[in-house]
Design a protein around this ligand. Structure first.
Ligand SMILES: Nc1ncnc2c1ncn2[C@@H]1O[C@H](COP(=O)(O)OP(=O)(O)OP(=O)(O)O)[C@@H](O)[C@H]1O
Ligand SMILES: [Mg+2]
Length: 343
């Protein structure tokens, strides 16, 4: 059994004036943190809850943790997801999930796309602008899709993200640049079906059943966008199709692209990869989530893991187990862990 520090950043106060209405959307609620802690305790581990804030370093320094279960999305800055892992690395404390570099890169969607393109993994053509005055669409084909370069949880994404002409594009780039105060990613719109693929493991990872986002279940005027509104309001099972109703070839292609993405970005233990079909029916990677949401009964990753036969408790312990094995700490494994097939 291990002494496990569960580290997290909690959703805080409502946004101040001038902050985006969805700021803090990617942070965890207390119930998710408690669910993770309870799952670890159920397998016999000792759990310490540590908020990943400015004083976390002092708590880590004085603690005696065997490993950290990292859920920290970070508090501020363009590399915020890598801050706590960097401190853990400095202090020599093992942690679950991807490393500092992977967490920093994947929070930067344009940089992630450059790496994917280098490796021949399909991703929509794009440009980045820091303000509306820089817009230059040469080489890109409308419709275009606009999003903040360094956010997750569909922050800043709504039906207005889809821009059919230069005026819509100008307005949306201006809105995102001013509200989110960061570069704006403009990419070609992928008009096809949308899927997400969950992965668990390292040497020979398990790939959970592919899940399709069921846009036919939402109001027609919302369009086919997995927006902030969709994620918050439409979480019941009927909005999701898992396993996705797709051919064996398509399933193979989605899983293959997702796994190649996991490898080239050096993801560890777990990740969720979001894909959409382009106008030719080819799956394109939209983005990579090395810290997928873990809200039980709500977040995509535990939802698809469950379809793959993993209860929430098994999944949380599976993630820990992957990390323990990776660090050569299997003597700290729980004897309750029976899903030995993960490697
Ligand atoms: N190029 C695109 N073409 C069509 N739709 C897109 C495109 N990029 C993003 N979307 C839509 O916007 C949604 C959110 O985009 P994306 O996955 O990049 O954001 P995110 O906020 O990082 O998501 P997550 O909550 O998974 O972290 C996608 O799930 C998809 O529905
Ligand atoms: Mg996404």
């Amino acid at each position: 059994m291990a002494v496990v520090g569960v580290m997290y950043n909690l959703k805080g106060e409502p946004p101040d004036d001038g902050e985006p209405p969805d700021s803090g959307a990617e942070l965890d609620s207390e119930s998710t943190v408690l669910a993770v802690a309870e799952a670890l305790r159920a397998y016999g581990h000792e759990v310490c809850l540590i908020e990943g804030n400015d004083t976390a370093y002092l708590k880590l320094l004085s603690g005696h943790l065997d490993i950290v279960f990292n859920m920290c999305e970070g508090l501020r800055g363009e590399s915020r997801e890598s801050h706590i892992p960097a401190i853990l690395e400095m202090l020599g404390i093992p942690y679950t999930g991807s490393g500092v570099l992977t967490l920093a890169i994947t929070l930067d969607k344009p940089l992630t796309k450059k790496i994917l393109a280098y490796h021949g993994i399909p991703t929509a053509k794009f440009k980045v602008f820091t303000s509306e005055s820089e817009i230059d669409t040469q080489g890109l084909e409308f419709p275009l899709f606009v999003k903040p370069a360094h956010e997750g949880s569909s922050m800043g994404i709504s039906p207005s993200s889809l821009c059919r002409d230069p005026l819509e594009l100008y307005r949306e780039v201006r809105r995102v640049a001013h509200l989110y105060k960061q570069p704006v990613l403009v990419e070609e719109y992928l008009p096809g079906r949308e899927f997400t693929v969950g992965i668990l493991g390292n040497k020979n990872p398990e790939i959970f059943p592919v899940m399709e986002i069921n846009f036919s279940a939402v109001p027609r005027d919302h369009g086919s966008i997995y927006s902030r509104q969709f994620k918050v309001e439409w979480y019941e099972d009927r909005y999701y199709l898992c396993p996705a109703p797709i051919s064996a070839e398509m399933e193979e292609m989605l899983k293959d692209i997702a796994l190649r993405t996991y490898r080239v970005l050096d993801c560890r233990d777990l990740a969720r990869i979001d894909l959409r079909l382009d106008k030719n029916g080819v799956p394109n990677v939209m983005e990579v989530n090395p810290l997928p949401g873990m809200a039980p009964g709500f977040s995509d990753y535990p939802r698809i893991a469950e379809k793959g036969g993993w209860t929430y408790t098994e999944l949380v312990n599976g993630i820990l187990e992957c990390a323990l094995r990776r660090y050569g700490l299997s003597h700290l494994s729980s004897s309750a862990f029976v899903k030995k097939q993960i490697a």
